[in-house]
Design a protein around this ligand. Structure first.
Ligand code: PRX
Length: 654
């Protein structure tokens, strides 16, 4: 991007610029300057204007116990009140809050008034079971109206929810329940996906028998597929029974701004997944600001974020942000390829979606589908309602960006390539759709108020054009507060001593364009993989592999993949002799299924290779960089003079 002549900039259409929340680059720079000149004022003014407070805050930012920052700490509010009651009070009661489209195409519309009543009934039910402020509630649900209702109901009574993605295994669910010491589990009998009804309750039941889940007193089960399911007397209740006689009114629990709204487990480079703890006030503020600045949300918009509520994107851009802004949103159960590869485009057409937010992996796979099957090519659908597109979760390659721009956006919709993380809570680097000239593959510039930078190992900013480590220099309202149960790990992971504990370490590498300062994310710098936009720790997969009785040792690395961004490659040493031929193929299947059961299908290695050993240095350290080269099929060009066992490399080639 160093030479302007070679860079193709895409400009937002004038009509959009005219009416945008951030209209033109001068407006963007003015916001950044406002934050630079008066950091606390910038956030404080917006927290006052955008949120309804039961008790106003007097202090914006408390840095006295850094890096455990506090925002708006003496203010009190309720997140569910801010998402629902105040919209109803503003006269939006009959406005459609969410349009749920099920796997089989069935559509349910829920108004703000109706959503509030559903949330209140379930909140009362939870209270009736003794769930109270500060208790943790684990939600293991497919995409559903009840998923959103459950999250909002927890927020209403001040319970801290922790969603576990419906594709995770019983073991993963158990680990999260135990770590959070949850008092209740909300799940469903099953889930619909691609025309199939899959069981969920049996997995939840199994998790509860694995030990460590004694804190769970109640299991609430949503009837979704209608399959028979085992209900344990005294512990399990149907969701509809629990809500049946409850009042539509439920006084919100007014909580401190710092009260933990949710914990969401995500993968790190070492050990078990970490419970990222988020706040109430600061989190909701930036969820709303992202909706306003990055998505330019307007009352007439129909917003569709295709993420699952199991990931942070589904928290900020399904459960909270759109509702807090009084928008109409789509909640989708199913897969983009069922009943055919035109599902997304048909839904955009049918529901007149105006803002569409999805992941590069979905785009890449739908490009392939459209190429192979012209009858589901986006040109077959009327996508003229769209005015803005978004991308999230992984770097978007320019070819996918351009296809998205041309074929979905009709060449008239800006694409906001939003960089953020579970830990950041909201967008941190992204174009402003009515301002920023876009360059495919670059997430462009920091969200107003976010002080992102690229530094070297000592924390010194590197010149533009030079790659380095992505950091954020000042705390921001929606940031992670701590790792649940592990404040030390929080400090070590995000505010390392290398940077004197002063910089937030994102875990990604980045480079800034020499002319524009635009950021391009160059990928994770730790042992975290990004497969189809899902974060996976290599250590987690290795631990799952070595838990198998046949496995002596395993090392997992990522390899670039055209479709999924990265693919998981595992190098395995068995306890017995190195298998070959059919025997190897059978064990590969067995290990893939094993990892699927231990963690979830998304963690299954795509490629498993067997060696009599792993390439190690004389001191016994596994040479991972070498494994990465082998995984890619590259020639090993690295110096292998420190390698103890060079003969092993031949065995590990693909
Ligand atoms: O590596 C970055 C990548 O996804 C990681 C965060 O993953 P997670 O916490 O699961 O949250 C995903 C959804 C917010 C980041 O560290 N990532 C996310 N968005 C982008 C991205 N990489 C490049 N470009 C993006 N827009």
């Amino acid at each position: 991007m160093s030479n302007e002549q070679q860079v193709h900039y895409y400009y937002p259409p004038e009509e959009l610029v005219k009416n945008a929340a951030v209209s033109g680059m001068d407006a963007y720079h003015a916001l950044c300057k406002e934050a630079e000149d008066d950091y606390e004022g910038f956030w404080g003014r917006r927290a006052k204007a955008l949120l309804d407070w039961k008790e106003p805050f007097t202090q914006v930012l408390d840095e006295s116990n850094a890096p455990f920052f506090k925002w708006f700490a003496d203010g009190k509010l309720n997140v569910s009140y801010n998402c629902l009651d105040r919209n109803v009070n503003k006269g939006l009661g009959d406005k459609v809050a969410l349009i749920f489209e099920a796997d089989n195409g069935e559509v349910t519309r829920v108004s703000y008034k109706d959503l509030l009543a559903r949330v209140n009934r379930f909140a009362n039910a939870l209270r009736g079971m003794g769930v109270k402020k500060g208790d943790r509630v684990v939600i293991y649900l497919p995409m559903s109206i009840e998923g959103v209702v459950a999250m909002q109901a927890c927020a209403r009574i001040g319970a801290t929810h922790s969603i576990v993605f419906g594709g995770f295994s019983s073991q993963a669910l158990r680990d999260r329940i135990e770590d959070a010491a949850a008092v209740a589990l909300i799940t469903s009998d099953g889930q619909h996906r691609g025309g199939k009804a899959l069981p969920l309750k049996p997995i939840a039941d199994e998790a509860l028998t694995l030990g460590g889940c004694d804190t769970i007193k109640n299991v609430i089960v949503v009837k979704r597929t209608g399959v028979d399911c085992n209900m344990v007397a005294g512990r399990d209740t149907w969701f509809h029974d629990a809500c049946a006689d409850q009042s539509d009114v439920c006084e919100p629990e007014w909580v401190e701004a710092e009260h933990p709204l949710f914990i969401l487990y995500t993968s790190g480079s070492t050990g078990k997944p970490k419970g990222v703890q988020h706040s109430s006030g600061g989190y909701l503020l930036q969820a709303m600001m992202s909706m306003q600045f990055s998505f330019d949300i307007k009352p007439s918009d129909v917003f569709w974020c295709t993420a699952d509520i199991g990931w942070v994107t589904g928290h900020t851009f399904i459960a909270y942000g759109p509702l807090a802004c009084g928008a109409t949103e789509i909640v989708f159960e199913g897969v983009p390829t069922y009943p055919d590869g035109g599902r997304f485009w048909r839904m955009i057409q049918d529901h007149k979606v105006t803002v569409f937010y999805t992941a590069p992996t979905a785009i890449r796979s739908l490009i392939k589908t459209a190429d192979n099957n012209p009858s589901v090519h986006p040109r077959q659908y009327d996508l003229s309602s769209l005015r803005l597109l978004g991308s999230v979760g992984e770097p978007i390659n320019p070819a996918a960006w351009e296809w998205y721009y041309e074929h979905i956006g009709g060449g008239r919709c800006p694409i906001v390539d939003t960089f953020w993380q579970t830990e950041t809570g909201a967008h941190v680097i992204t174009p402003m759709p009515g301002a920023t000239p876009m360059v495919p593959g670059s997430c462009t510039l920091p969200f107003p108020g976010i002080q992102a930078a690229v530094v070297d190992e000592t924390g010194t900013e590197v010149p533009w054009g030079q790659g380095g480590i992505l950091v954020i220099k000042r705390p921001w309202p929606a940031m992670i507060r701590t790792i649940w149960n592990d404040p030390e790990r929080f400090k070590k992971s995000y505010f390392p001593d290398d940077f004197q504990g002063k910089l937030y370490l994102a875990g990604d590498g980045a480079i800034r364009d020499v002319d524009t300062g635009y950021f391009t994310i160059t990928g994770r710098i730790d042992d975290v993989l990004n497969v189809s936009g899902h974060r996976m720790g290599t250590m987690e997969i290795e631990s799952a592999l070595v838990a198998h009785e046949k496995v002596a040792e395993a090392a997992v690395v990522g390899r670039p993949d055209d479709l999924t961004g990265e693919a998981i490659v595992a190098f395995v040493v068995l306890k017995g002799p190195r298998p070959t031929g059919d025997e190897a193929a059978a064990i590969i299947k067995e290990l893939q299924n094993w990892v699927g059961r231990e963690i979830g299908p998304i963690a299954k290695p795509k490629d498993i290779r067997f060696g009599e050993n792993l390439p190690k240095t004389r001191s016994g350290k596994i040479m991972r960089r070498l494994l990465r080269q082998l995984a890619k099929g590259d020639d090993v060009i690295q110096d292998i003079s420190t390698l103890e066992n060079p003969q092993i490399l031949e065995q590990l080639k693909g």
